[in-house]
Design a protein around this ligand. Structure first.
Ligand code: ATP
Ligand code: MG
Length: 339
């Protein structure tokens, strides 16, 4: 398994005048609503523990107010927990002094915001290089590195343009290039694509996946959009009212939602595009040697064409090349039927 990058240990966050006192009440059983009504404190997060591994895209989902931004802001200590710890590469970031924290924020983590937050009077290349020059990188070197990142996000030729001359999607890519230019190991993306229209958004999602595959960064990605979460996330965490309801891969969550809330959350998703053939292959079913073959890691949708072509069953092949079992159309339909 990949090494752990970020470890969140029993993190709680209460907003208000006496967070520790209020947290004690929560531990005594008071819920978020009563805490608010009776003490005017807001429970942001309650007892969150999770593990984010190196090189994965970890998605945080939940309704508005569920604590997503509060959680991600703990990862670069824009917010400090009322209780609990955050380990980054095994080190407790709460122990960092000011100098160490500054170095950590510049080199280890970069944040990509929902609204592009570009400097309007600077060109694209200057915007991307800005963090580097702040960090003391000589100007020529900073511009060179910025140029590379701009090419990576597909904006070559726009280096000298100003943000206002770019579309929203292009501006968001400049924001992404800026985060990449810092060479940070972890990208924190808080609804980074939410302001984009659907086509551009999908384009950015694919581009991020591609960058992720090439650069191997660890990405923490917040979204409201389940399709986006399932497309990007190696793991998905679902928050409700500051508590963690479930963490798992997309197909794990779809196959076994932890509770009614999660089940409602994932109800409308296209299961054929998420559930994997390997999970439903029947090992006892013998197929003809010339039967169509699908990979165990392919989604059920991959089997549709074979059935449409008249096949009775398709063989499901493991990564090692061996046949794991078979799928019938009946079996696929059962997998797709929710209850
Ligand atoms: N600085 C603050 N002071 C008081 N309460 C806060 C503060 N920041 C967040 N909260 C509260 O903490 C809870 C979680 O907020 P948070 O911004 O993390 O939600 P979110 O899941 O990111 O929502 P959204 O999807 O709307 O961005 C909310 O009840 C919010 O009102
Ligand atoms: Mg938020």
């Amino acid at each position: 398994m990949r090494p752990v990058k970020i470890e969140v240990q029993a993190v709680s966050k209460v907003f208000g005048r006496d967070p520790k006192g209020a947290l004690a009440k929560v531990r005594g059983g008071m819920d978020k609503q009563r805490l608010k009504d009776e003490t005017e404190h807001v429970l942001g997060l309650h007892d969150i523990s999770l593990t984010i591994r190196e090189g994965e895209t970890f998605v945080i989902m939940g309704l508005s107010g569920s604590g997503k931004s509060t959680l991600i802001r703990h990862f670069n200590r824009l917010i400090e927990p009322t209780g609990g710890r955050i380990l980054f590469d095994g080190e407790d970031i709460l122990t960092f002094d000011a100098a160490r924290l500054q170095a950590f924020r510049r080199r280890k983590v970069a944040m990509v915001f929902q609204r592009f937050a570009l400097l309007p009077h600077k060109t694209v290349v200057e915007n991307v290089a800005y963090g580097l020059t702040l960090d003391g990188v000589p100007k020529a070197e900073a511009l060179r590195r910025a140029g590379e990142q701009i090419a990576l996000v597909g904006l070559s030729g726009f280096e000298k343009s100003y943000p206002a001359q770019l579309s929203g999607g292009m501006q968001q890519r400049v924001g992404l290039a800026r985060a990449l230019a810092t060479d940070a190991e972890v990208l924190l993306m808080d609804e980074a694509f939410s302001a984009l229209d659907p086509l551009i958004r999908h384009d950015m999602q694919l581009q991020l996946k591609d960058l992720q595959a090439r650069l191997g960064k660890t990405i923490v990605f917040i979204t409201h959009d389940l399709d986006e979460a399932l497309l990007l996330g190696d793991h998905i965490a679902i928050l409700k009212d500051g508590t963690l309801r479930q963490v798992g891969t997309g197909s794990e969550i779809l196959a076994r939602p932890a509770d009614d809330y999660v089940a409602r959350f994932v109800r409308d998703v296209n299961r054929a595009r998420i559930l994997l053939c390997g999970a439903f292959a029947d090992a006892g079913l013998i197929v003809a040697p010339d039967a169509p073959v699908v990979e165990a890691g392919a989604t059920l949708e991959a089997a549709f064409a074979a059935f449409a072509g008249g096949a009775q069953a398709v063989a499901v092949r493991n990564g090692d090349g061996r046949i794991k079992g078979a799928l019938t159309a009946q079996r696929v339909m059962e997998a797709l039927a929710r209850e």
